[in-house]
Design a protein around this ligand. Structure first.
Ligand code: ADP
Ligand code: ASP
Ligand code: MG
Length: 438
């Protein structure tokens, strides 16, 4: 069985929903994971932000607009009067749920319930559409089998143990549709796999069912060698290894949620990226194999903070780094990059929620300097192949760009540099012009 995931643009209009229906209904049994229609999750985030700020009137205005848009979608999507009526009933129910949070107190349960509604709507509408068109389709409620644990990590064992019974419970069907992104947490409350999480849903389901292939259908022809939103002349990559794709996704390539590759790698399931608007294109295939070319691609991750600890006591002592790392561990803050000298250590983090407390502790070891608004640019490929002169090629390509940190040699797949975010576009374009396309 294959698992196919369609992103927000792919289900972004009644016309696109019909295109998805035509694509998936080839007679082979499959699981189809859907995102919310494009723009919906952003609107739901906006609504909950206004509710958090107790600005209920503005929240109600956005809710009203979104509800009207969905009424138009329903009117265009269905042919039968019965389905038009059922569709409107669904929209009415969902928006009643959202509106129920505009009175009384508003907390994380309210927020996560609101954020979940986009995927609930899209999957219900597409399931109805497919059945209206004679395709044997059932809705699989993701909240009955998708789960994260106390550390907010996906609970693959739970998913493995629960997905088949849920499929059995909803009954045999040719096509199963389910919600991306949403899940339950350790307390059983509605939660989610973070923005862009529908990709991760698809790979978790693929791993749980030992699927033949996981397909991520989106609005571009595959994984490009640089970020097409910021750089001209990016090129599609035909093949990537799990490790290469995992590094690129982790370091900011928006086409894949950062964790998508991990469950597929455990199970050795191929992941294929495909373009919904151009389905005959072969896309990008991600497997254990690398096609052996040298430098493959670059990606960038924003909102990084660099922390430098300078200490006389570092010189010739052991245990200094362990003490520093322990502080980050105590505050559950992952470190991305690290570089050291005799007298100082620099590291980078993207979760700054506990940075003030971390700084307070670090101050006991020496002087601490914090630089915000930094970007990690990650260069990925089979670096062994490029070994001779690899670093000099990168440095030559980046002539004139101030590099705050560099990490090289941690794996054979990646070299990462830290630059000020205002230099990101220039850095990516320079790597494109001087390294990838030269
Ligand atoms: P979906 O809604 O289908 O999940 P996303 O917007 O999350 O789609 O991901 C697809 C987008 O990712 C592309 O339209 C492109 O702008 C962006 N993107 C960023 N980096 C890359 C890359 N390296 N290759 C391809 N697309 C990328
Ligand atoms: N709808 C969610 C988001 O916009 C999940 C996803 O699209 O993957 O982040
Ligand atoms: Mg996405």
């Amino acid at each position: 069985m294959k698992v196919l995931k369609f992103g927000g643009t792919s289900v972004g209009s009644p016309e696109n929903m019909r295109a998805v229906m035509d694509l998936v209904t080839d007679g082979e049994q499959k699981i189809v994971v859907l995102s919310a229609m494009s723009g919906t999750t952003n609107a739901l985030v906006e609504i909950s932000n206004y509710l958090k700020k107790k600005n209920k009137d503005t929240a109600r205005i956005i809710i009203g607009k979104l509800e009207n848009n969905y009424k138009k979608v329903v009117a265009e999507l269905f042919t039968s009067e019965e389905n038009k009526k059922k569709g409107l009933q669904l929209i009415n129910d969902v928006f009643q749920t959202i509106k129920s949070f505009t009175s009384g107190t508003f907390g994380s349960v309210g927020e996560n319930t609101i954020l979940a509604q986009g995927e609930i709507i899209s999957t219900n509408l597409v399931t109805m559409l497919m059945n209206e068109n004679g395709h044997d389709t059932k809705l699989l409620p993701a909240l009955d089998f998708m789960k994260i644990d106390e550390d907010k990590a996906a609970d693959l064992n739970f998913i493995r143990n629960h997905i088949k019974p849920v499929m059995k419970e909803v009954g045999e069907a040719k096509y199963y549709i389910t919600q991306g992104f949403i899940c339950r947490d350790a307390e059983g409350e509605i939660n989610n796999l973070q923005r862009g999480g529908s990709d991760y849903t698809a790979s978790l389901i693929g791993a749980a069912l030992d699927a033949e292939e996981i397909q991520i259908w989106t609005d571009i022809d595959g994984f490009h060698n640089n970020d097409p939103r910021f750089v001209d002349n990016t090129k599609k990559i035909d093949q990537l290894s799990y490790n290469e794709a995992a590094e690129l996704a982790f370091f900011g390539a928006k086409i894949l949620h950062p964790q998508t590759v991990l469950p597929a790698r455990i199970q050795n399931t191929p992941v294929r990226l495909k373009n919904t608007m151009n389905p005959t294109d072969s896309g990008t295939l991600i497997t254990a194999e690398s096609d052996g070319q040298g430098i493959k691609a670059v990606a960038a991750k924003d909102n990084i903070t660099a922390v430098k600890i300078r200490s006389g006591r570092m010189l010739n002592t052991y245990g200094f780094l362990a003490n520093v790392f322990k502080i980050f561990e105590d505050f559950r803050t992952p470190i991305d990059m690290i570089s050291t000298s005799e007298v100082a250590v620099s590291l980078s983090v993207d979760d700054t929620r506990n940075l003030d407390s971390i700084k307070e502790e670090l101050d006991k070891f020496g002087s601490v300097v914090i630089d915000r608004d930094m970007t990690i640019v990650c260069i990925v490929g089979d670096i062994i192949q490029e070994e001779k002169g690899f670093a000099s090629k990168v440095f030559n390509a980046l002539d004139g760009i101030p590099i705050r940190m560099i990490s090289y040699g941690g794996s054979r797949h990646n070299i990462s540099i830290l630059v000020p975010t205002q230099r990101k576009d220039q850095t990516l374009q320079a790597l494109s012009d001087n390294l990838l396309n030269s």
